[in-house]
Design a protein around this ligand. Structure first.
Ligand code: SIN
Length: 271
């Protein structure tokens, strides 16, 4: 396990998730802090911060320490801050963002590196987010399944995700093909890179085989042994590495309000 000098990293589990203590994300961070956060993100896969106070500008400035900010290809951003998406649910909501397990925007040709969710308003109970390590999921596959998946690709389509949510929007949503097993550009770890939200089929096999393999992988990836569950408090921040994780927002607090803002950091082409 890496030793950090400029940040205080407390793993939540040995497999995924770490809380970062003693850091104020609204203030400029030193190069040393930023470099260690990048390393901690890659190794712990999701970082949690408590008691933050982020203006939209500070939120974006923090995101830019990790790369360019991406404009969400499915959901419109705030009018004055197109890089920020509101994550909001209340007594009028018919759905919430991210209700089933997914990695963000795998429909994009270059899916995000990660996302930073700041949550100023939380319900009195419920509203957790579950994160799952797709690196652990890959590493615990049988050697035979790893060999089968080697070199295979799958299609990730956004149309069936966003068109029903925004029936009045007339736009073409992205659809991309990616390797089923991707390699993390920082750690070199392999992870499973299909998910039940965006992935529609495995390339080069019949639909029945594609469905069977994807269902097997999804059941395997949902093993709670690969998960960490984040209990939000008002003003918490979660920063997940989208290159090797899934997440799911738990909507068990209706009709209460849960409200926050998300910035997405651009990523690169999976390999
Ligand atoms: C998302 O998928 O970005 C939403 C996560 C959450 O609201 O917990």
């Amino acid at each position: 396990m890496t030793t950090y000098e400029a940040i205080d990293v407390r793993p939540v589990t040995r497999r995924i998730g770490a809380e970062i203590l003693g850091i104020d994300l609204s203030r400029p961070l030193s190069n040393h802090q930023a470099a260690e956060l990048r390393d901690a993100l890659a190794h712990h896969q999701v970082l949690f911060f408590r008691d933050q106070n982020l203006s939209h500008d500070a939120h974006k400035a923090f995101g830019r320490l990790f790369g360019e900010l991406a404009i969400h290809s499915g959901v419109p951003g705030l009018p004055d801050h197109p890089e920020i998406v509101a994550i909001h649910a209340d007594e009028t909501s018919k759905f919430v963002a991210g209700e089933s397990f997914h990695s963000d925007l795998t429909c994009d040709a270059e899916p995000p590196l990660g996302s930073i969710l700041y949550m100023p308003i939380v319900p009195e109970s419920g509203g957790d987010t579950v994160f799952a390590s797709m690196a652990w999921a890959y590493e615990t596959l049988s050697d035979k399944m790893k060999a089968y998946l080697e070199g295979m690709t799958a299609v990730h389509d956004a149309d069936h995700v966003y068109r029903p949510l925004f029936p009045d929007v007339d736009k073409k949503y992205p659809c991309s093909t990616h390797p089923i097993v991707r390699t993390h550009p920082v750690t070199g770890r392999k992870s499973i890179f299909v998910n039940p939200s965006y992935t529609t089929k495995i390339v080069g096999v019949e639909k029945e085989e594609s469905d069977a393999i994807l269902n097997y992988l999804y059941r395997h990836c949902m093993n709670p042994n690969f998960q960490v569950r984040f209990r939000w408090r008002a003003n918490s921040v979660a920063f997940w590495d989208n290159r090797g994780t899934w997440h799911q927002a738990i909507w068990d607090y209706f009709p209460d309000t849960r409200s926050g803002f998300r910035v997405t950091v651009a990523g690169d082409k999976p390999f």
